[in-house]
Design a protein around this ligand. Structure first.
Ligand code: PEP
Ligand code: MG
Length: 551
């Protein structure tokens, strides 16, 4: 048995025959030509063919993996039509009296090198795309059929690297997994693989000399390992793990793509909580309707100094674009209490959970707040971003926030920087906010109830203190009654209300929340489908008639 390690792109276990895929190098000869105009026309005709192939791939991907992931084939079309790229090819043909194949290969290499040397990680990832479009053009110019992966039985594909066009052309019934030696976690191929739900590894140290070809392999996507020729014990162990995965997947698969609607027609928005862009794969994988809580403070916690406006903009833009028009609620930084950041140089506090945290920091350090708001307003141009403010206790605070927001917008306006108009809501996570939720509802677009803090402040129990676990009753009638009151007040004012604290993911309360009229639950991605199952099986009117309120 040989064991090789790589980075996981998508979890799960695949067991099957390995097929080592090699691209069949496209040999490009340098040939002198007389008629450069005719050669340019040949190049243009090849571009047209390549574009129509890409249109076909776009349609295929659109059906199989959705618009956001199909977009790469539109980007490839645009790259082929890019003036710089076209001018470079035509110029090489004209000035060197050389064949189109050579000019395309040369341009592809030059552009790929240029992208690879860029600082921006996203732009570096585009080197693979420019190579991909150049290879496509060469295939057309050589008069060859498009390459694809054909296997007579389901296989584990092992390759040096896979271009997005190769990944999407895989017949999913025939591919159990893919494992590459190169590739990046942010590449479109990786994104596509996740959406296709195929266990996949990149950066794997497996040799491509053909020794693994045709042998039995096991890809453990979760732990980033591929076993070649596994011994019996490993095989038995991973088969058992695979069986468990299958059972889990069956439940999930059956529910994917379904609307969250009860038997009597009540809808629920089911969103995901994230702390990092690395969580986005799980968001898509679990069919979240949006992001209900992006804990932006993690961006601050991962750094040694304040993240800049540009750094934040890139992150928020990535999230907005990945969610492709679905709502993304980004909470402004909630530093303080258990989330301490040295460079904020906060005073030592006797009682940090009740100290200077979250919005209190933002209102006392407007320059820090403004940097984040600028990034959020700018990122709103790229998707449906909503901003949420944490730890609100009063109308006065909301009005102070609004004033700062107006200043930020005015500054952006004056600087000629584009920005969108995100929805703005608040977390209801202090008893004060819950009690005056009727007044607060008049000020904002939505509420999201933070039950973690709401419970801590309502029951006067430190949520961090494990010794108090027996007293921390998250189903306490005071908590549930308060949630119901907040929902009622939100609806009276005509705004929607969700829950993004851990209680929202408590399956014992899903029906209760539906009965209260909660509009949205934002939970960890893995909880979305189990909650959807309950929603689909619930008749809210019947539930209400047959259940006594315990709060
Ligand atoms: C909450 O308090 O319920 C909440 C969602 O915020 P956090 O857990 O980040 O404090
Ligand atoms: Mg909180």
């Amino acid at each position: 048995m040989q064991v090789y390690n790589g980075k996981s792109v998508f979890g799960g276990i695949a067991i099957g025959k390995i097929q080592v895929y090699s691209k069949g190098e496209q040999q490009v000869k340098r040939v002198k030509i007389e008629d450069t105009e005719a050669e340019i026309a040949r190049y243009k005709a090849a571009t047209d063919t390549a574009i129509s192939q890409l249109k076909g791939l776009y349609e295929k991907a659109l059906k199989e993996v959705g618009e956001a992931n199909a977009e790469i084939f539109e980007i490839h079309q645009m790259m082929l039509e890019d003036d710089d790229y076209q001018e470079s090819v035509e110029n090489i043909i004209k000035t060197q009296n050389i064949n189109a194949e050579y000019a395309v290969a040369q341009t592809g290499d030059n552009f790929a090198e240029m992208f690879s040397s860029m600082d921006d990680e996203y732009m570096r990832g585009r080197a693979a795309d420019v190579r991909d479009i150049s290879e496509r053009l060469l295939t057309v110019l050589h008069g060859k059929e498009e390459q694809s992966i054909h296997a007579g039985e389901p296989v584990i594909i092992v390759a040096d690297d896979l271009a997005p066009s190769e990944t999407v052309q895989m017949d999913k019934d025939m591919v159990l997994s893919f494992v590459t030696v190169h590739g990046s976690l942010n590449s479109h191929t990786a994104i596509l693989a996740r959406t296709m739900s195929i266990p996949a590894l990149i950066g794997t140290d497996i040799p491509l000399d053909g020794t693994a070809d045709g042998k039995l392999g096991i890809v453990d996507g979760t732990n980033g390992v591929i076993y070649v020729d596994p011994d019996e014990e490993t095989l038995a162990k991973l088969k058992e793990a695979q069986q468990k995965e299958v059972e889990k997947k069956e439940l999930l698969l059956a529910l994917k793509g379904k609307e969250n609607i009860t038997l009597d027609g009540q809808r629920l928005m089911l969103y995901a909580n994230i702390g990092n862009i690395k969580d986005l794969a799980a968001v898509l994988q679990n069919d979240a309707g949006g992001i209900g809580l992006f804990r932006s403070e993690f961006i601050y916690l991962e750094k040694d100094n304040y993240p800049t406006e540009e750094e934040q903009l890139q992150i928020y833009k990535t999230v907005a674009e990945t969610l492709a028009g679905k709502r993304v609620i980004i909470r402004t930084l909630d530093i303080g209490a258990d989330k301490q950041c040295d460079y904020f140089e906060m005073e030592q506090e006797e009682n940090p959970a009740m100290g200077c945290r979250a919005i209190r920091i933002c209102l006392t350090r407007p320059e820090v707040f403004k940097t984040q708001l600028r990034a959020l307003f700018r990122a709103s141009v790229f998707g449906k971003i909503a901003i949420m403010y944490p730890m609100i206790t009063s109308v006065k605070e909301v009005r102070r926030i609004k004033k700062i927001v107006e200043e930020v917008k005015k500054e952006l306006e004056e600087q000629g920087i584009a920005y969108g108009e995100p929805e703005q809501g608040i977390m209801v996570e202090t008893p004060a906010a819950a009690i005056i939720s009727d007044q607060l509802a008049e000020e904002v677009d939505f509420f999201s109830i933070g039950t973690n803090d709401l419970t801590q402040y309502l029951l006067a129990i430190d949520r961090q203190n494990i010794a108090l676990d027996e007293f921390y009753d998250s189903h306490h009638p005071a908590v549930l009654r308060m949630i119901a009151q907040v929902v009622e007040n939100a609806h009276k004012a005509g705004i929607w209300v969700g829950i993004c604290g851990e209680l929202g993911a408590d399956l014992e309360l899903t029906q209760e929340f539906l009965a209260m009229g909660v509009d949205e639950l934002s939970v960890s991605p893995g909880r979305i489908l189990p909650i959807r199952k309950i929603v689909l099986e619930t008749n809210v009117a019947e539930y209400k008639a047959s259940h006594q309120k315990t709060w």
